[in-house]
Write a protein that binds this ligand. Sequence first.
Ligand SMILES: [Fe+2]
Length: 234
Amino acid sequence: MPRFSQPALLADLALRAKWIEAMLVEGFVILTDMPDVDEGLTETAEMIGRIRPTFFGEYFDVKTHINPTNTAYTASALEPHTDTPAEEHAPGVQFLHCRTNTVERGNGLYADGAAVANDFRKRDPEGFKVLSEVPVPFFSEHDTYDKRSRQTIIELDQHGEVSGLTISQRMLDVSDLDQELPDSWYPAFCRFGSMLQEEQYMMTFLMKAGECMVFDNHRIMNGRAASTAESGER
Ligand SMILES: [Fe+2]
């Protein structure tokens, strides 16, 4: 797993180029020795580009809450997914800065969704075709917002190569597919979904305070095992 020390990156442009290369090849890196202040994350992201806000603004604070309004705030397990699929332009490169983590369990899960999609294409060409051609509705709604988008599960570039994916079982909306499609789309989605959870594709580890996972949100899916909310803070 590629690792870089944040202060070393600030001081060394050649090392920064290696970070960018690792993002293109592996799709993710772990940064270590992050400063424990809000500005530390901004300073880090701006080393490789401009910050593009999501609906929630330039950053999103993930904490375990007692009365959660978002599953991110709970201690429950989250199946691997890409983030904010209900936004027309979901984030590209995401930074997950771990400030504190003293809870028990709750390992992060990551999988290279583009690699799985490429294998799915060989294993199940018909399923691949329907998941890469048919846009389906995603949603995210709450008291003060209601976001909607249509995305294909597997994204292809102009050469027909897999360029990423959009997947979130929680934010997939009620289907409005044409009548002949559900019989092929749903079974294909289930076959792809179970392939995404195969152990050979899964990376799992516990993030420590001071680390920052930087990943391509269209390629690397993120999730987590359940943690014990009362056991600490994160
Ligand atoms: Fe997520």
